[in-house]
Design a protein. Sequence first.
Length: 157
Amino acid sequence: MEEYEVIAVKAKSYLVQGIILVALLPFLCWFLFFEYGEALTDSGFLPLIIKILCFALIVILVVVPIYTIINYVRTPYNVITRQGDELTFMNKRFKIADIADINYHRAHARGIYYRTGRLKIILKDGTIIKCNCVKEVEQVHSRLFALIREGDKREEV
């Protein structure tokens, strides 16, 4: 029986981030329209710029959380699993020997780096597979490189 290992799971923090942004949207709209409502009803160049900026801000604050939530829901809980010498990453199966490069980027805000982040695997045939919500991304990166080195050692013997 082949060895089965869960290497990476998705981070719940991305879902929380999306929900918080959606929850804050009504307060932002209230603030914009009641605090700057008078400026939004005036005519002229400056009120037009304020209207455009307010509209752009609301669009961004609607699209980004919805994208984040949809992306999170579509991501499988077990982001990376290993069975024998094959990996399954984002429901795509390939051999460990097919990996050309692995990149990761830890999430950060205001100088604080989090343990979650984005993982990108590039295969030798040029295929790029990404996931934005990997928990413990640095450890996952190290584990994948350890698996690649194990495979290289087996090929040498």
